[in-house]
Design a protein around this ligand. Structure first.
Ligand code: FES
Ligand code: FES
Length: 195
């Protein structure tokens, strides 16, 4: 066993862990951060992405299934559950994903949002192509990515202090209830029962 001390979403944890314990399992099983999910366990899908202190102290996105818990000893980790402000106000990236219909099943969303936050740290004004390139390590099998790209660029604009793209311009991804055309139905006549 190895003793580690790590700050997760602002709370400090001191634990004895097996040296082989993956960070994602430590976060979920010990810290209860089940918002960080395991999609593949082989560092392909990006669903487990969290932010951890980088070499310069700034947060960088890492796939927590590719990091050992002992590697974060003495450091700090932010999961999707620690991204909102202390008053509960959502991070602009979370709001943008919601406003732009950038999720369906939501499984990829925590990792996608954390990777997107890191992307904007490096590039506050990414083009559509740069967003796609920057998030190429995060897979989504539902949305087709279009609204994810739109959300990331909307969050970028907000964080730069610019006018946010109107959320109405976002198209619900195919298959979502909002994308289904509903035919107007004549109201069913209600029989009048007389005593
Ligand atoms: S679970 Fe898929 S990259 Fe970590
Ligand atoms: S919303 Fe389902 S995998 Fe992305």
């Amino acid at each position: 066993m190895a003793r580690i001390s790590v700050t997760v979403d602002g709370a400090r944890y001191v634990d004895d862990v097996e040296p082989r314990t993956l960070l994602v399992h430590y976060l979920r099983d010990r810290c209860g951060k089940i918002g960080t999910v395991v999609g593949c366990d082989t560092s392909n899908c990006g669903a487990c992405t969290v932010l951890m202190a980088g070499p310069d102290g700034g947060p960088v996105a890492v796939k927590s299934c590719a990091v050992l818990a002992v590697q974060v000893d003495g450091g700090a980790v932010t999961t999707i559950e620690g991204l909102a402000g202390q008053d509960g106000e959502l991070h602009p990236m979370q709001r943008a994903f919601h406003a732009n219909h950038a999720l369906q099943c939501g499984f990829c969303t925590p990792g996608m949002i954390m990777a997107a936050v890191d992307l904007l740290r490096e590039n506050p004004d990414p083009s559509e192509a740069e967003v796609r390139e920057g998030l190429s390590g995060n897979l989504c099998r539902c949305t087709g990515y279009q609204n994810i790209v739109r959300a990331v660029r909307a969050a970028a604009a907000e964080l730069r202090g610019e006018q946010v793209l109107p959320a109405e311009s976002a198209e619900p991804a195919p298959g979502t209830p909002a994308a289904v055309e509903v035919e107007e139905q004549e109201p069913v006549p209600v029989p009048v029962v007389t005593p």
